[in-house]
Design a protein around this ligand. Structure first.
Ligand code: CTP
Ligand code: MG
Length: 245
């Protein structure tokens, strides 16, 4: 049987306007490394076959020299220029993605781990289209234009959506092509493109509450704390292993 192959798309072509920082948020240093380093590292160490990194045209050189070459991310096959909107950046990556399946990931989600990547890969192989998410913790309300609550959807049916979002490469490319041919509006994730322009139902797969998107300045504080916690966890595991040998 032919072994299935996987492309990971790492998106880092945004403006980071909500972060209000001088350095673009995807390149802000978190414990000494640019933010997007962490997602690239997770995919480099995973079983995916190739990585496509999407960034602003002006940042391609920086990414190649200061991230991909510097940290030895040998799975990065191409660094492509993104577009104005997230969906335009995804579309550019889909043009060059060459494996059977594609895992589309926000470079601003630095806390992706082996578990989530493995669940994404298994999920897409089983369901053909899946996205990582988590049940919401808060009550969510729909408001009218004057900000009065008009409806409270049942919380047990609500999930917050994260990435990776995973598809058969040819199918999501086709759905994107169709969307790009029309006037696309308010597209906030890839599952929406599949829902509106493709034929697959999208299965939701549990990720983790740690898989946050670094978006506003307070997320940096949380992000640093989580990275430090992971460092301690890793060191403790290594330390415990020394007793087993
Ligand atoms: N992204 C992208 N191309 C765009 C817009 C977003 O590749 N035109 C990427 C971002 O770099 C980020 C991910 O998509 O990794 C999720 O987007 P978001 O968190 O909204 O980042 P920004 O768009 O950069 O931030 P903001 O919306 O605050 O400007
Ligand atoms: Mg954005």
């Amino acid at each position: 049987m032919k072994k299935e192959t996987y492309t990971a798309v790492v998106l880092a072509a945004g403006k980071g306007s909500r972060m209000q920082s001088k350095v673009k948020k995807q390149f802000m240093k978190l414990l000494g490394k640019p933010l997007v380093y962490y997602a690239l590292l997770a995919f480099q160490e995973s079983p995916v076959d190739e990585i496509i990194l999407v960034t602003g045209r002006e940042s391609i050189d920086y990414c190649r020299k200061q991230i991909v070459e510097k940290y030895g991310f040998t799975k990065v096959k191409e660094i492509v220029a993104g577009g104005k909107e997230r969906y335009e950046s995804v579309y550019e990556a889909l043009k060059v993605a060459s494996m059977d399946y594609v895992l589309i990931h926000d470079g601003a989600r630095a806390f992706l781990d082996e578990e989530i990547i493995s669940r994404s890969m298994k999920g897409v192989a089983e369901y053909n289209a899946c996205v990582i998410g988590m049940p919401v913790k808060d009550t969510i309300k729909i408001v009218d234009k004057d900000q009065y609550a008009i409806e409270t959807p049942k919380r047990s049916l609500l999930w917050q959506i994260q990435t990776p979002q995973c598809f058969i490469t040819d199918e999501i490319r086709q759905a994107y092509e169709q969307m790009m041919a029309e006037e696309a509006k308010n597209i906030t994730d890839d599952a929406m493109v599949m829902e509106q322009y493709g034929d697959r139902r999208v299965k939701l797969i549990e990720g983790s509450y740690e898989n946050i998107k670094i978006t506003t300045p307070e997320d940096i504080v949380i992000g640093k704390a989580m990275l430090k916690m992971r460092r301690v966890k890793r060191k403790t595991i290594q330390w415990l292993r020394t007793f087993q040998h």
